[in-house]
Design a protein around this ligand. Sequence first.
Ligand SMILES: NC(=O)C[C@H](N)C(=O)O
Length: 323
Amino acid sequence: MPQVSVLATGGTIASSENDRGASVASRGAGELLGGIAAGGPNVSSRDVMRLGSYLLGHRELRLICEAVAAELADGGVDGVVVTHGTDTMEETAYLLDLVQHSSKPAVLTGAQRPADHPCPDGPGNLQEAIGVAASPSARDKGTMISFAGNIYAARGTRKAHTVAPSPFKTMDGGPIGQIANGQPHFMSAPIRPRALALPPPAFDSIRVDIVTVHPGSDATLARAAVEAGARGVIIAGSGVGNGNSSILAWVEEAVQAGITVGLGTRVPEGPVVPFYGNGGGADVVRAGALQLGSLPLFQARLLLALMLSHGQKPNPELLAAHI
Ligand SMILES: NC(=O)C[C@H](N)C(=O)O
């Protein structure tokens, strides 16, 4: 019988109403597992933290990475499930995938309706995620998100709907698998770059900010980010990744000062293609910004933070396999 380790971190799957009528993460792994049917793989569980994922910082992400790595390294464990809030699941999943050396699967899941809802979706999602983590067919696919019957690769997947029961979407793609009768059926496998080292303690305090381009935007917020200690700033450019003259002047200055500047796009799908002038993407990249390809902004933010925390200065060669 396969052995699956369930690590609980909080999120709506673990949430119930408090005395102010607000939903808060309050249930641990044991309670979550109490809601699923008997039979199936052997399951062990552990509470790593109990937080809504909108409250996570880099330190919490590092602790989740360490907890998952420890379980995957256990010879008696075949796969790991992480229960997690959906708000920032795309970030934790991507970071876990970046640092996952094991061929065993790590599977994140959660819920859109709280645990005390009359019709909660958490128990079904958890049961399916356990089935994915236990399956030999899930090996060599890294970290995945299993949610509402679909399995998504970590890279490129975003929360694309605030309340829909199936809120995830892989940008420029679709799910890599589906679950039927508790069994995963994979249609494809993600292309994964060579795994990076786990985040070091320095990761906790690395600051990488995102600044959005919009009509009338200037470099005030980018400048403020650096003043607040940001080692990296990602420009969420318009369209194919465009700035403007104010942003361009700031990029020239910031790159000279050793700040890592990334150029992404505020458009949900499609790659950054720097070819416009007058402060557009071609100028911003010429000024030293690193174009971030099709990697979603919030995942790119973690990639830059991880590299910086390892003492690596991100450059086009280092980013090539990831974007
Ligand atoms: N559906 C959810 O889990 C949302 C929740 N606010 C969280 O991310 O923790």
